[in-house]
Design a protein around this ligand. Structure first.
Ligand SMILES: Nc1nc2c(ncn2[C@@H]2O[C@H](COP(=O)(O)OP(=O)(O)OP(=O)(O)O)[C@@H](O)[C@H]2O)c(=O)[nH]1
Ligand SMILES: [Mg+2]
Length: 242
């Protein structure tokens, strides 16, 4: 993982406007007060981009709108919000040439947002696994608009694997303990019954039922909990379950 403050400071310094990209499913998780303060202290403007909004219900989003001064709901993959975001940027830029830096957790869709704004063409590399973007990259969108794509960064003091798995900042295959994050999702959204396991009794273990349902069995027929947990998190990160 690249050095957090080194990346953040460099992007802030080189930018006139900052896009802070958040995951619409986990807004509070992916917000970072320290970065916000730092940008404000430097008198630079922030636009919050609530990306992956295709993965949440609209009424959920309406209720968070008031939390932000400038925010745009966006789906970089479905091209929702692209024009609004571009016009918000140009409004703040007041017709001047601007550099817009893009910051956020790994895998929230920073590079995808840049590509959407650039009108496709895939100028910024994107990938399913967190940690795709390696170094700072300057991308010309138009004569007046330049964007800085940065690697995703996690605050140092954070060492919360569950959070990193839920936000897509960590590859579930490399998780020490994927069970906790998977259980959290399955319990939090039990009503959605993603894997068709039906009701889970108190004395049953939800991941065990998922493993059985998916036919993930170890030699001897025991359910492969870990494999099921990784599958649940991968599905969540990819937006296959929502
Ligand atoms: N459903 C959905 N998926 C998205 C959206 N935006 C990006 N993704 C997916 O999220 C994954 C990460 O996208 P990237 O643009 O590479 O994310 P990033 O923040 O640049 O990631 P790093 O460079 O690794 O920090 C990719 O699989 C994208 O297809 C969106 O609006 N909706
Ligand atoms: Mg990237």
């Amino acid at each position: 993982m690249p050095n957090f403050w080194k990346v953040v400071n460099e992007v802030i310094e080189k930018s006139d406007i900052l896009l802070l990209v958040l995951d619409s499913r986990l807004i509070d998780y992916t917000r970072n007060a320290e970065i916000e303060k730092k940008i404000e202290r430097q008198g630079k403007k922030i636009i919050y981009v609530l990306n992956k909004c295709d993965l949440v219900e609209k009424d959920e989003l309406d209720s968070v709108k008031d939390e932000f001064d400038y925010c745009v709901f966006m789906s970089a993959v479905k091209h929702l919000g692209t024009n609004i975001l571009r016009s918000e940027i140009m409004k703040l830029a007041k017709g001047q040439k601007v550099t817009v830096g893009v910051l956020g957790y790994p895998n929230v869709g920073k590079s995808s947002v840049i590509n959407a704004i650039s009108g496709g063409g895939g100028k910024a590399g994107t990938g399913r696994m967190p940690g795709y973007t390696k170094g700072l990259q300057r991308i010309k969108v138009s004569e007046k608009l330049y964007m800085l794509d940065a690697p995703g960064v996690l605050p140092y003091k954070e060492d919360d694997e569950v959070k990193h798995l839920l936000t897509g900042s960590k590859d579930p295959h490399k998780a020490k303990d994927p069970d906790m994050a998977a259980e959290y999702l399955l319990e939090q959204f039990a009503d959605r019954d993603w894997y068709g396991i039906g009701n889970v009794d108190e004395n049953e273990y939800v991941l065990e039922k998922v493993a059985q349902k998916l036919n993930y069995l170890k030699k001897g027929g025991e359910p492969d909990i870990k494999r099921a947990a990784v599958k649940v998190i991968v599905d969540w990160q990819k937006g296959n379950i929502k």
